[in-house]
Design a protein around this ligand. Structure first.
Ligand code: AMP
Length: 300
């Protein structure tokens, strides 16, 4: 596995790869890798000739009072895991090589960030889109892989890629979970043993709401209440519990079509998120991914 720490180095390595006509897959991450990240790397290895994983704790997507300093950094073990998996290139830039104090260009999408994490973390998605756009320009991948775990991010990135004609196909990987259902997250390692035992409450709440939909419940306020009650009982300080349309990410009163149940909350000082996307019709409801291949003109 090769390693690069600056855009110039990446450019040099990838021009060679492109000359050979190899397709490039990109998995952007913030490191502290776990099986959720690795599942996306495996997707890339299966679909692309050459897999690039970026590790960058992007300061532009953290708010003033957020956990940038506390964000886990495990460079050595990350590198080892990627090497073992067969990743071709690890791109781990330092912030100074991606950003300058003089930059003024911002990337944002309208309306998709109005709710969920967009509402509780102002500026977060502009920071995400800026770094993803920069990575797309530096790496020029044919494929890029994102997790359903961050469903709003996945929808927003797909929208940006389509709207700005990035010649990339975005793939969404399902959320990988611990045995007790907790979505894997780099932040889980910040939970005390006691908080860790309560953390699956967010998943249980979402599953109970999904179960209610399957049994015929369509009223979003009743479903949200079920999730909040379960999270509160587990000790979460709720950030949001929402039921939104899977494409527009706007709140719905009644569930129908592709919808996303999503929740975020803090256990102590650790913020956790989770979601479940469902296709709901008269005949019932099935779990789905918020992947919109139709949004891309680059079906490679
Ligand atoms: P992060 O390092 O948290 O920025 O995540 C990097 C990528 O991995 C994003 O596309 C996430 O959605 C994805 N990801 C994080 N956790 C999981 C998980 N438990 N299952 C699947 N994908 C995940």
């Amino acid at each position: 596995m090769k390693k690069a720490t600056s855009p110039a180095e990446v450019g040099r390595i990838l021009s060679d790869v492109r000359r050979k006509g190899l397709s490039i897959g990109l998995v952007p991450t913030m490191g502290a890798l776990h099986e959720g990240h690795l599942s996306l790397v495996r997707m890339s290895l299966a679909r692309s000739d050459y897999t690039v994983v970026s590790i960058f704790v992007n300061p532009r997507q953290f708010g003033e009072s957020e956990d940038l300093d506390k964000y886990p950094r495990t460079e050595e073990s990350d590198s080892k895991l990627l090497e073992e998996l067969g990743c071709d290139l690890l791109f781990a830039p330092v912030a100074g090589s991606l950003y300058s104090d003089a930059d003024r260009t911002r990337v944002s999408v309208s309306s998709l960030g109005d709710h969920l994490c967009g509402a509780s973390r102002p500026g977060h998605f502009d920071g995400v889109l800026l770094v993803v756009a920069k990575l797309f320009n530096m790496i020029r991948p044919e494929h890029a892989f994102f997790g359903q775990k961050d469903a709003q991010q996945a929808v927003i990135v797909q929208r940006m890629a389509a709207d700005l004609d990035y010649p990339v196909r975005i793939f969404i990987g399902p959320t990988v979970r611990e045995e007790d259902g907790l979505a894997m997250s780099s932040r889980n390692r910040n939970l005390s043993r006691e908080k860790r035992s309560k953390a699956p409450g967010i998943r249980t709440g979402l599953l109970e709401a999904a179960e209610a939909i399957i049994k015929g419940e369509r009223d979003a306020s009743i479903l949200k209440m079920k999730i909040s009650d379960r999270m509160t009982a587990a000790g979460f300080k709720i950030d949001y519990v929402e039921c939104v349309d899977g494409g527009t990410l706007q709140p719905v009163q009644s569930v129908e079509g592709t919808i996303l149940l999503a929740a975020a909350g803090k256990l102590g000082s650790t913020r956790l998120i989770d979601n479940i996307a469902l296709k709901v019709g008269p005949e019932g409801a099935t779990e789905t991914l918020l992947e919109f291949p139709g949004w891309s003109r680059y079906e490679r």
